[in-house]
Design a protein around this ligand. Structure first.
Ligand code: PLP
Length: 489
């Protein structure tokens, strides 16, 4: 390894060197995006492979950027899962877009900390305006106030903390431990809610026993009657119901809890209703999909992640609430050194959450919404929805496969049902099928279990995914199905 003079000089990389290396890196990224289909979607390596290629100790002397760039190719690239790949149809995809990547670069260059209005007025005010734009795009009522957090898990944690504050048990001041005057708090979600809700409850001292999972119907939706029953029963037994989490677009199937009916129950009982629409909420930007948030005006809070289905580099999660004052009551603590003379006139976002330091995330939204325009975003999501319907149709028409859940968006849940394989072996067969597909490096799918059955999920939400990729996915699935069957025979 050739050492250079970086260690001898003080200060940053010289600006002219930065300019040169910056151009080089942007060229590298442009080539990467241009050639992305040449990479296997999923790396074919064993655990430890990347670690073993890295030195055990930090280097004493600096090296030229070219050497670092070379190592990105040699060491890092072999272990990259290409989330930007058009054949990445696993989990809920998060693809980045050109304007999003450029915004990240600029954000790193500014390197502001948006904790207070004063610490960077542009960050606070752009965030306020972007959240109002996004609110309008989702057709939410004017009294929905927003803040950007990093992930939906963190957004929901803040929602549940606000719900806990809302029950007026003086928990902010007195805590919960050892208090006989604090009843056990109960949170309700469906069996299909994301694990981040349970983690938030763990973090906030609600405990796993404080979460009551409400049964679902045969379309994987929370049953409002069961929710009502559970609340009545809990109240009788001394629990204090304090929060319901409804999901629009569950992780397994993109199922939709009946928001309007659940909201009516919550309003009647005065229980905080948080709506987790981390992935699917973005679809409400499409006029014909607005119905998915029917009843949202009766909810207390909502999370939607542009970093899932709006082409925004991870991380950017948007949290809306009708009760920002409750959130503020739960979290604001102004140390003397953070007081400013503008405090009474401005919003200091540090008051609305656990973190003090805040990245300039709203830049990403600004670049993306302005570059594509709302029409461009709508068109792309509409195309994903169209492709989802096409794929669901192929499954429905095939006698070798069956669809395992409704497809309200562009996530298709299916499994193979070869005639000569008994039900008790189907889970194994489908797991092997998914593994064979993923090992090909040509498509990446993930799975879930529904009613004990192994179910493969195919998610179409990447900005580079076109009809030809969905056709290719279907061809590959059938090819691997036939190969596997031949081996079984
Ligand atoms: N909620 C739902 C419905 C999800 O599907 C996910 C992740 O896929 C999350 C929450 C967690 O998202 P994040 O990774 O932003 O915390």
């Amino acid at each position: 390894m050739e050492s250079n003079k970086n260690g001898n000089n003080l200060g940053d990389m010289p600006v002219e060197e930065f300019r040169k290396k910056g151009h080089q890196l942007v060229d590298w990224i442009a080539d990467y995006l241009k050639n992305i289909e040449q990479y296997p979607v999923l790396p074919n390596i064993k655990p430890g492979y990347i670690k073993n290629k890295l030195p055990k100790h930090p280097p004493a002397s600096g090296v030229d950027m070219n050497e670092i760039f070379d190592d990105v190719d040699k060491i890092i690239m072999p272990g990259i899962t290409h989330w930007n790949h058009p054949d990445f149809m696993a989990y809920f995809n998060s693809t980045s877009s050109g304007p999003g990547i450029l915004a990240e670069l600029l954000s790193a260059a500014f390197n502001i900390n948006g904790m207070l209005w004063k610490s960077c007025p542009s960050a606070t005010e752009l965030e306020q305006v972007m959240l109002d734009w996004f609110r309008q795009m989702l057709n939410l009522p004017g009294n929905f106030w927003g803040i950007i957090y990093d992930t939906a898990s963190v957004s929901s944690m803040h929602a549940i903390a606000a719900a806990r504050e809302y029950v007026s048990l003086d928990i902010r001041k007195k805590g919960m431990l050892g208090r006989e005057d604090v009843p056990h708090l109960r949170l309700y979600s469906s069996e299909q809610a994301h694990s981040s809700i349970d983690k938030a409850a763990l973090t906030l001292g609600i405990g796993l026993e404080g979460i009551r999972k409400i049964p679902i119907d045969n379309e994987f939706r929370m049953m409002p009657k069961e929710l009502e029953k559970a609340i009545t029963e809990d109240k009788k037994n001394g629990w204090q119901p304090f929060c319901v989490v409804a999901t629009i677009g569950t992780t397994s199937t993109t199922g939709m809890d009946p928001l309007d009916e659940i909201a009516n129950i919550c309003n009647r009982e005065n229980i905080w209703l948080h709506v987790d629409a981390a992935h699917a909420g973005v679809a409400a930007i499409v006029p014909e999909m607005r119905y998915i948030l029917n009843g949202i005006e009766k909810a207390d809070s909502l999370v939607v992640n542009p970093h899932k289905w709006m082409f925004t580099p991870i991380d950017l999660s948007i949290f809306f609430t009708k009760r920002p004052n409750i959130l503020k009551q739960a979290f604001s603590l102004a140390a003397e050194y953070l007081r400013t003379s503008e405090d009474s006139e401005v919003e200091n976002y540090m008051d609305y959450g656990i973190q003090l330091g805040r990245r300039f995330r709203s830049l990403k939204l600004w670049f993306i919404i302005r570059y594509f325009g709302t029409e461009g975003i709508i068109k792309r999501i509409q195309e994903h929805l169209r492709l989802g319907k096409i794929f669901a149709d192929w499954i429905d028409k095939s006698s070798d496969f069956e669809r395992m859940a409704p497809t309200p968006f562009s996530t298709i849940c299916f499994r193979a049902i070869p005639k000569n394989i008994p039900e008790y072996e189907l889970n194994n067969f489908n797991e092997n099928l998914m593994n064979a597909i993923n090992e090909s490096g040509k498509l990446f799918l993930t799975h879930t279990k529904l009613n004990g059955k192994f179910v493969i999920r195919l998610v179409i939400s990447g900005i580079r995914t076109e009809e030809k990729h969905v056709i290719h996915a279907w061809d590959l699935i059938q090819l691997k199905f036939n190969e596997l069957l031949m081996n079984v025979d």
